[in-house]
Ligand binder design. Structure first.
Ligand SMILES: [Mg+2]
Length: 309
């Protein structure tokens, strides 16, 4: 099967939105509604760097698109289009079918259109470029945290890192942890709901502390967080209790939850969002004028930044 047939068979599945010209021409053509800005981001996943060799094609497709959608979520953007550059070691019908089916179903879930891409032969790698739209001046930035803002984190952190840790130890993670590792859910609805409410936001891809520090640096502020308020699942809480290894949830990475800051007088809106979105949102600390990053709690070791595995 040649490249053109491959694209036609596995990646030309029709459009969800009708305002763009997609797969088949030299470029994709996109019209932008007035009053909106485009938000765009690109991420590459490489075999044995971002996922183990034996990961299923369905999980690889899910994660590749999901981590990109997470960047749109962090900006409060509405997903619209993506392109895909796929490098494959060989033509494998079953692999491609499974990859394409999973990619399509996630694309459908978040109403994002595949507008084009490229396929080449080589070591397995997947590059996805996503584009979303966000109302003018409503995008969530890293640079707008204000002194006295409350810092929030969505759901729980450390689950993917614990799954990866257990895999490395030769243990079998439970299904819940594996799902967090292989199929992180982008917080698209939360991001859109926070646009115009939160002051600053980031998605936690490289570990809570490192990503929160990006907000601090860009906003020229400090923070203190309370370890007792960090949201952990039962599995991660049990791991921390047993090992005292707080670095796993604080620096483990691959969470794809949102960390955001919000003015204290808007705190009641968080209660509304929790109910509306049926989501866990935990206040973990405050933004300070003092530029330091402080952790309140029993654990005072410095965690090294997330290393790509
Ligand atoms: Mg990001």
């Amino acid at each position: 099967m040649n490249e053109f047939n491959l694209i036609e068979k596995y990646f030309n599945w029709g459009k969800l939105n009708c305002d763009a010209l997609g797969v088949g021409d030299d470029c994709a053509l996109i019209s932008i509604d007035s009053g909106y800005q485009l938000a765009t981001s690109v991420d590459t996943l490489i075999e044995n760097v971002h996922f183990p060799r034996d990961t299923s094609p369905a999980d690889i497709a899910y994660k590749a698109l999901s981590v990109n959608l997470s960047d749109l979520a962090a900006m409060g953007a509405i997903p619209k289009y993506f392109t895909l550059a796929l490098t494959l070691p060989e033509f494998d019908k079953h692999w491609l079918e499974s990859f394409s089916t999973s990619l399509k179903s996630l694309a459908k879930k978040y109403q994002i259109d595949l507008l084009g891409g490229d396929t080449t032969k080589g070591s397995l790698s997947i590059t996805i470029n996503v584009t979303g739209i966000v109302p003018h001046n409503k995008a969530l930035l890293r640079s707008s945290a204000k002194v006295d803002d409350i810092i929030f984190v969505s759901n729980t952190i450390g689950d993917a890192a614990l799954a990866w840790h257990q895999i490395q130890q030769g243990e079998q993670p439970n299904q819940r942890l594996l799902t967090h590792f292989n199929r992180p859910e982008p917080q698209i609805k939360l991001g859109q709901s926070l646009a115009g409410i939160a002051n600053a936001c980031i998605d936690i891809s490289d570990g809570l502390e490192q990503d929160l520090n990006h907000i601090l640096k860009h906003s020229k502020v400090g923070a203190k967080i309370n370890l007792n308020n960090i949201p952990l699942s039962q599995s991660v809480a049990a791991y921390v209790k047993k090992t005292d290894d707080w670095c796993l949830p604080l620096a483990g990475g691959d969470d794809y939850q949102l960390c955001f800051t919000i003015a204290p007088n808007k705190i009641e809106l968080i209660q509304v969002l929790k109910k509306e979105l049926d989501i866990q949102l935990s206040a973990i600390g405050t933004i300070t004028k003092d530029l330091d990053f402080k952790r309140l709690g029993e654990f005072d070791q410095k965690c090294s930044a997330y290393q790509h595995f």
